[in-house]
Design a protein around this ligand. Sequence first.
Ligand SMILES: CC(=O)SCCNC(=O)CCNC(=O)[C@H](O)C(C)(C)COP(=O)(O)OP(=O)(O)OC[C@H]1O[C@@H](n2cnc3c(N)ncnc32)[C@H](O)[C@@H]1OP(=O)(O)O
Length: 514
Amino acid sequence: MKSHIAELAGIRESVLAGPSEKATAAQHAKGKLTARERIELLLDPGSFQEVEPLRRHRATGFGLEAKKPYTDGVITGWGTVEDRTVFVYAHDFRIFGGALGEAHATKIHKIMDMAIAAGAPLVSLNDGAGARIQEGVTALAGYGGIFRRNTAASGVIPQISVMLGPCAGGAAYSPALTDFVFMVRETSQMFITGPDVVKAVTGEEITQNGLGGADVHAETSGVCHFAYDDEETCLEEVRYLLSLLPGNNRENPPRTECSDPAGRRCEALADLVPEDGNRPYDMTKVIEEIVDDGEYLEVHQRWARNIICALARLDGQVVGIIANQPQTLAGVLDIEASEKAARFVQMCDAFSIPLVTLLDVPGFLPGVGQEHGGIIRRGAKLLYAYCNATVPRISLILRKAYGGAYIVMDSQSIGADLTFAWPTNEIAVMGAEGAANVIFRRQIAEAEDPEAMRARLVKEYKSELMHPYYAAERGLVDDVIDPAETREVLVRSLAMLRTKHAESPARKHGNPPQ
Ligand SMILES: CC(=O)SCCNC(=O)CCNC(=O)[C@H](O)C(C)(C)COP(=O)(O)OP(=O)(O)OC[C@H]1O[C@@H](n2cnc3c(N)ncnc32)[C@H](O)[C@@H]1OP(=O)(O)O
């Protein structure tokens, strides 16, 4: 027995050491950690239990017979993050560039099936060159199995993709199917086809980072939700995100003890938000003032900045906040803002995270680019996501809320459970000047002094239809509140809605606008 145990210890040592010191040094020289170093940073110390460390491929040809490293280039298993189970797979770039072959893929399939069965989040640490070229169609089929499982797990367990190297082809599509994509600047890239293929097909010349680096995907394409300067910070933030998510769709997100008083008055809010609806301000300051300890995690922070999507806590309960950002494009809704918020609303609804919507929105962005870009179908995604959401939904109108954008941003009519407004609210089909120009056009044109007439009619329209109690008098907001009471009212409302239960009619699935 002792000799068997000694042999096992030797094998384990060689598995842990990886292919060679040279390969490890090369990985470090690129500013990257090894797969095992990454897993150590992600999970609680000593909690990792590896699955199939001894797996080797059985492929032949192209010299593969002579190269059969343990793990086959992917490390799989589970551990804990803040004592809650999390499954993980991590490509080992030192082995075949982390490329995916048949054995490598079946290891990933197994760990994905285990995560779904256990009802625990799955984190992938991606640093792989896509399909293993020597294994041909079996490698491609391996990707198919991952995509199918990504889709089956969608809305069942949280799936987080962390991009830590060049990820091409299939290695980029799996993350696109998951809930969150993290990237690290300089060392990670995502693209369907790399710069060489792009040059050959379109003639465009571009670097790997210029084509699919972290900043491009965080700011321009919206493919990545979070971007960081180094792997350590990135993995720490993954841990933070996991602390805000449930293990699966049958659980609630973890509730924490809160030392920030539930009834804390937010006196600063009245000064943070200017009364004049045209003056910008930073909505993140409003969020900071309301949530527990001023702490929140912004998703897609640098993409579509005219809308804010953030996870935070109110009296220890996780909430998803969707808020217009008046300091960017006046907080208008456009194609990208609608798509960003729609995905966030869907994610929150799937994982039992109540929605808190803060409105200060002048409407949808007009323009040929927006119309031809499909704002009708793409803006409708946000409407569809809200209308479908069965989690507790509370909306608060800070200042203006005009037209279709008012309806879309979780109005009472599309199913918000509770709607509040500050005494500065202005809800209407459009701003008073615009409205007067449409409905009083003839009177203004025929007046002796058109400007005086316009001013009088604008004033009349405002006092009749746009006073802050117009909606409350009609029951379309549940109450008008002092801004200082905002936190207390939200906490009280969330507590009441904690037992909300909503049934949806039976159907295979909806057909959301694309
Ligand atoms: C469905 C799909 O996934 S289609 C996509 C298929 N994948 C690809 O087209 C990507 C091909 N690979 C590449 O473009 C590059 O290797 C990159 C950008 C990923 C990485 O570049 P570099 O960091 O310079 O690493 P490098 O090219 O040296 O590769 C490292 C090792 O991985 C191997 N490797 C890279 N890609 C693959 C692959 N797809 N299959 C098998 N081995 C691969 C390399 O041969 C090299 O092996 P070696 O250490 O024995 O010499």
